[in-house]
Write a protein that binds this ligand. Structure first.
Ligand code: ARG
Ligand code: ZN
Length: 885
């Protein structure tokens, strides 16, 4: 496995393809113990290069070559060279046709890349480099071809045969078999190829586009899931409409299909006209999926649909440009979700996620720029940096240009590059050309890794009536990049007067004030901005809406933070002030715990949260967000040296104190909301999400008091509710409670009731994996023996092992290293089964530099054990070796 794949690939080595493939004609013959793939490639020398004909090197892995012809001449072994990754031959003419037949084994493909089987159906995952496991090809995104695909298989087992584009012919064959031919009129790279064959049912609908074309929409699922598809269909129609209204983008084929599969390495895949989804990102109904799951389905359906333009019509030249399509598409889906639900809540969730996980990646051994310069295994670069930070980079462009110019830039980008494979530079160029704004310095966001620091100080001059903000930016070193140049950091800000009103903002040198919330561009290492006509000392509200992905610091005291929580006109910054207050209070408790002192909670936090709970005018979702203390993973990320026990102890102490001090208002809000929930059938909309989120966070605090009336309420909610959001919260509350008998009963009843629903069982595994009660490792080990668990299903691995190592920090980081040993064992097993999943599971071990010496040694020892464990996949090898470097 680790042979030639562990070579490093560099962006600077990019060369245009020597040959092009104008047409690709594929025929698949699907059988139970093998599949035959016939490929006819209509090729020619790239006309942009010299007339000489270099050697042609086709990608191909794990293929058994049965026959190959060049312009109808059958080739013998003397005519070509075969290695375990390439087939090379010498063309003799500028235009030629290659025909090949290979045998492959989807039935034993556990890596879930290329063609594989999932729950009895055939499906594909070709991004990034899976197509080379299907046939010999130029498997690179800048080779775009017109595809026709014929699929033949057993009619009974595989009544549905799908591929990209439009169906053009079908028929029956001998021996109970049938076939179907699909034609995709749009040129595409091989990574967007898809094939599905199975016994599937579908829900069908219609969408009429902007220009009055009628599109057929189909969502295919296994028959037992046909009742869980409506939410995804509604989401699809909303996405299609939104992309027309907001970006002017219309769908381009007569049919759009989504297929749900149970075994899938990621969330979903935007194959042209035939999106393939992890079933967890399609199936949703009240009884089986939480509010969060409903919102995820809506977001992923939108994301994949939006790729039809940002990714498919205009694609990436090479995989270093991955964020060109992913950063842009995440930005698009985030704005869609903001428009469909609550904009502020969506922003809070995204920022909390980015700061906890992407900032940790930026500070770790795998840190890389949004446009990396090198990789060993491209699958390892489907990262939070490419996706989430890439989306933040797009958001900053949007902020700097304004909505109108941004839209002009996006129109220009799609018009200029339709049908092409392009670079991040091409995208930025379109934005510059449409807006007249120079983004040269801004582009450092694409090339420099690491999270910038932005330290801010203030100076008020009462006699001059001026207020100055001084900004100092810096960025820590990351692997391979020791010195960084200043970024362009858009800082949206306002200044509050003593009553909490926004002051009019006029910078020195400006003729008049304009606005009360403005964006300043910080472009220098040190830079000051002076506001004039400021009569009294103001309080700044900085980085409103989190206008740049930086770590901002300003010396707020706790009273000032409480003031901002109440008065900031920016909803995001009201939440942010609450988080900063909580961080200060928790860090004080962590210090007390480390010094062996008695823990004393700053009562200002109690006061602040009480007034939120008592204010009936506030958005309930915001109240719920503000009641959520920063998570242990975030507290770890912002620690110099993370003290696992002190972080957990301090946070639990604070939760306990808050629960007791705020029992009355929490109980009141809980009961009021539960009453409404009881009388309201489930609706997957923002106002209902809001009610349930406040109800549920209230319940999880209340249970910390151990009062019998809370136990009774939890059991009532668990048994009587009509939806998974309330049921799963009640279960989680019981699982983390000291009520052992009730916990056991609820877990058993839940598993009995949902044993046939794999996605619900995933949630059952996760709730237990995340329980911080002692003995977590033993519980997880025991659950691995449960009949519903299997290492072969990525969702199960994530639900149990991933949740344990990523969310259950006190149990994973056991002082004797047994949690680390357990994780390394799973990685070693999965390395042989599914390298992509193995490599992702490793992430917690790569963070060893965050911990004190004893834990560092234990974590490193496990990384070294993995490295020495034998044949490693390129995926695992890259992450382990970079983590130890
Ligand atoms: N392009 C897909 C998406 O973000 C992700 C597929 C990546 N798959 C993989 N195996 N790396 O929508
Ligand atoms: Zn994507």
């Amino acid at each position: 496995m680790r042979t030639e794949q562990s070579k490093t690939i560099y962006l600077k080595d990019y060369r245009a393809p020597d040959y092009l493939i104008d047409e690709t004609h594929l025929t698949f013959e699907l059988f139970e113990d093998h599949t035959l793939v016939h490929a006819q490639l209509v090729m020619r020398r790239n006309p942009e290069l010299s007339a000489e004909l270099p050697v042609l090197s086709l990608d191909g892995q794990q293929l058994e070559l049965l026959r190959i012809t060049l312009d109808d001449r059958e080739l013998t072994a003397a005519d070509y060279q075969l290695s375990d990754s390439h087939l090379t031959l010498q063309p003799t003419q500028a235009s030629f046709v290659i025909d090949s037949t290979v045998r492959i084994h989807p039935e034993s493909n556990t890596a879930l890349e290329g063609l594989y089987k999932s729950s009895g159906m055939f499906c594909t995952q070709c991004e990034a480099e899976g197509f080379r496991k299907i046939t010999y090809y130029l498997d690179r995104p800048d080779v775009m071809s017109k595809f026709t695909t014929t699929v033949s298989g057993d009619k009974q087992k595989y009544p549905i045969l799908l591929s990209n584009g439009n169906p053009i012919a079908s028929g029956s064959e001998e021996g109970g078999r049938h076939w179907a031919t699909w034609e995709d009129p749009f040129k595409k790279p091989a990574y967007l190829f898809a094939l599905v064959a199975g016994d599937l049912w579908c829900v069908e609908d219609k969408f009429t586009t902007l220009s009055s074309r009628e599109v057929t929409l189909r969502i295919y699922v296994e028959p037992e899931n046909i009742d869980k598809v409506q939410h995804a269909m509604d989401s699809l129609k909303k996405s299609m409409k939104w992309d027309e209204e907001v970006y002017g983008r219309e769908y381009d084929l007569d049919i759009f299909m989504i297929v749900a599969v149970n075994d899938f390495n990621m969330g979903a895949m935007e194959n042209k006209g035939l999106n393939i989804f992890n079933s967890s990102c399609v199936l949703a109904r009240a009884e089986t999926a939480t509010d969060a799951a409903h919102q995820r389905v809506e977001a992923v359906v939108a994301h994949e649909y939006f790729h039809n333009w940002s990714g498919n019509r205009v694609t990436c030249r090479d995989w270093f440009q991955l964020s060109l399509k992913e950063g842009f598409t995440v930005f698009r889906d985030a704005e869609f979700s903001a428009d469909m639900n609550s904009r502020t809540v969506k922003r809070i969730e995204d920022v909390a996620y980015l700061r906890t996980h992407q900032f940790a990646e930026d500070a770790g051994p795998m840190a890389h720029p949004v446009r990396p310069d090198a990789y060993m295994e491209i699958s390892n670069f489907y990262t939070l940096t490419i996706y989430e930070k890439g989306s933040e980079v797009l958001r900053m462009i949007h902020t700097l240009l304004g909505n109108q110019a941004f839209r002009k830039g996006s129109d220009l980008y799609f018009e200029r590059h339709d049908g092409q494979a392009v670079t991040c530079d091409d995208f930025v160029k379109a934005m510059e050309d449409a807006s007249g704004i120079d983004l040269t310095q801004f582009k450092r966001w694409y090339t420099q890794a690491g999270t910038p620091r932005l330290a801010v100080s203030e100076a008020f001059d009462a006699t001059a009536r001026t207020y100055t903000l001084n900004f100092t930016q810096s960025c820590p070193a990351t692997p391979g990049q020791s010195d960084k140049l200043p970024f362009v950091i858009p800082v949206e800000l306002g200044l509050l007067d003593a009553r909490g009103n926004d002051l009019p903002l006029r910078l020195q040198g400006e003729a008049a004030a304009s606005g009360t919330s403005r964006v300043l561009s910080v472009t220098e290492a040190q830079q000051s901005f002076t506001f004039v006509d400021i009569a009294e000392q103001p309080l700044p509200s900085l980085l409103r809406g989190f206008s740049a992905p930086v770590k901002l610091s300003f010396p707020y005291d706790r009273d000032q933070l409480m003031f901002l929580m109440q008065h900031d006109s920016d909803g995001f910054n009201r939440w942010e002030a609450g988080q900063q207050l909580s961080v200060q209070v928790l860090q004080e408790l962590i210090g007390q715990q480390q010094r062996g002192e008695a823990l004393v909670l700053d009562q200002r936090l109690v006061t602040a949260l009480r007034s939120l709970l008592q204010d009936g005018r506030l958005d309930q979702a915001m109240v719920a967000e503000m009641l959520s203390l920063p998570g242990e993973a975030y507290l770890t990320e912002i620690s110099e040296v993370a003290d696992v026990e002190a972080i957990h102890g301090a946070r639990e102490f604070a939760r306990q104190q808050l629960a007791e001090a705020l029992f009355e208002p929490l109980w009141q809000r809980y009961q009021a909301n539960r009453e409404v929930s009881k009388g309201t059938p489930y609706v997957a909309e923002a106002e209902h999400f809001a009610r349930r989120s406040l109800q549920n966070i209230a319940l999880s605090y209340l249970m910390l008091t151990g009062k019998p009336e809370v136990l009774a309420a939890t059991l009532e909610q668990y048994e009587a509710c009509d939806n998974m959001t309330e049921r799963l919260t009640a279960l989680a509350v019981l699982v983390n409670s000291p009520f052992e008998a009730e916990r056991g009963k609820a877990l058993e009843a839940f598993a009995e009731h949902f044993k046939d629903n794999a996605l619900v069982m995933d949630q059952w595994f996760s709730v237990q994996a995340a329980s911080t009660l002692p003995g977590g490792l033993q519980r997880v080990q025991a659950l691995m023996q449960h009949p519903a668990f299997t290492l072969k299903n990525p969702n199960k691995v994530r639900a149990l092992i991933g949740a344990f190592a990523g969310q259950n920090l006190v149990n994973f980081h056991l002082a004797d290293g047994s949690g680390y040993r357990f994780l390394a064992d799973q990685v070693i097993t999965l390395n042989a089964l599914n390298p992509q999943i193995a490599s992702r599971l490793l992430a917690p071990l790569t963070r060893w530099r965050k911990y004190a010496a004893a834990r560092q040694a234990l974590m490193k020892a496990e990384l070294e054990r993995i490295l020495a464990s034998g044949e490693l996949s390129a995926d695992v090898y890259e992450v382990v070796s970079k983590s130890l470097a």
